[in-house]
Ligand binder design. Structure first.
Ligand SMILES: C[S@@+](CC[C@H](N)C(=O)[O-])C[C@H]1O[C@@H](n2cnc3c(N)ncnc32)[C@H](O)[C@@H]1O
Length: 286
């Protein structure tokens, strides 16, 4: 959807060819999103923190409590959520833009997969008890539009996993300090690290704003635990360009930033991250 904008001059790099008089709210097209995730599909699982099996038990219990059996997961990715739910007796159909991500999901045993955009689901209305989406909102142009698309195919509820940052400031937790370390090293080498669209924390802001504009019927915390990592481990993710915004960093810069970080900090120092995962549930009235 094109947004008309006086800020075009400042956002010129985000103007798309098909949007000549304005700019897209999203910085990436579906094709670009697919390309980004296809590229990292091989390392995706090892660079993301999994939900614990207790948390997954809790997710499955909440879904069964609500009488949910058949689920559409939009943005199914490598099946990190779909597989454990399937193993807990739920029936999953996955949709994703990225074919390679779904190849991983298929390899794990998720059979029903559809290559499609969650905003244009090639599915009949009201086919699923629930439509579920995990770790996708931050990638969406217009989460409200996707929400309506999910609503069309679900009868009982929509479930969206959100990573809340209640209490902890989004800018002063371990993740921010890690990113600052990489940014600082890059800046010292004269390279401005690319930002996430709208800033590092745009993704979390997007989730928060969406919850404020679409208050869920229920918010269930399924996980709240501390994760201990090291700068060295995160550096290996950085070297592998595990996160989308790292895609365009030139190889040589990546290598020099890595070396600079290793010279300037104790790479084995522990960094503590809080992993909070909540299920936002909207019960549908139909
Ligand atoms: C961060 S991954 C999350 C994957 C999985 N849900 C998980 O939690 O591991 C986001 C996934 O959403 C997909 N995606 C992003 N936008 C999408 C859209 N509009 N329609 C379908 N899939 C989308 C991406 O291709 C990617 O596989």
């Amino acid at each position: 959807m094109c947004a008309s904008g006086v800020a075009i001059a400042f956002r010129a790099k985000f103007i798309r060819r098909d949007c000549p008089f304005g700019f897209e709210r999203s910085m990436t097209t579906p094709l670009e999103t697919a390309a980004r995730f296809n590229r990292i599909s091989g390392i995706y699982d090892e660079t993301r923190q999994p939900l614990t099996s207790e948390a997954l038990d809790e997710v499955a219990a909440v879904l069964s409590r609500d009488g949910v059996q058949r689920i559409l997961e939009a943005g199914v990715g490598t099946g990190r959520i779909a597989l454990p739910l399937q193993q807990r007796g739920l029936q999953i159909v996955g949709v994703d833009l990225a074919r390679e991500m779904m190849t991983k999901a298929r390899g794990k045993g998720i059979q029903d997969l559809i290559l499609a955009d969650a905003n244009r689901l090639p599915l009949k209305a009201k086919q699923f008890d629930a439509a579920l989406m995990a770790h996708v909102i931050h990638l969406l142009d217009d989460p409200a539009e996707t929400f309506e698309s999910l609503r069309r195919v679900a009868t009982k509820e929509i479930v969206i996993f959100v990573r809340d940052r209640d209490g902890a400031s989004a800018t002063d937790d371990g993740r921010a300090s890690l990113r600052d370390t990489f940014r600082k090293a890059a800046a010292e080498l004269g390279y401005q690290m690319p930002d996430r669209p709208g800033g590092w924390w745009n993704g979390f802001r997007k989730e928060k704003e969406f919850l404020a504009s679409h208050p869920p019927t229920e918010l269930v915390t399924v996980e709240d635990r501390e994760v201990v990592t090291t700068i060295r481990e995160r550096l290996s993710f950085f070297e592998n360009r595990s996160f989308g915004y790292q895609a365009g960093i030139p190889e040589e810069t990546l290598r020099r930033v890595r070396n600079r970080v290793l010279e300037s900090v104790d790479a084995d120092k522990e960094v503590r991250l809080q992993r909070v995962e909540r299920m936002a549930i909207w019960r549908l009235a139909n």
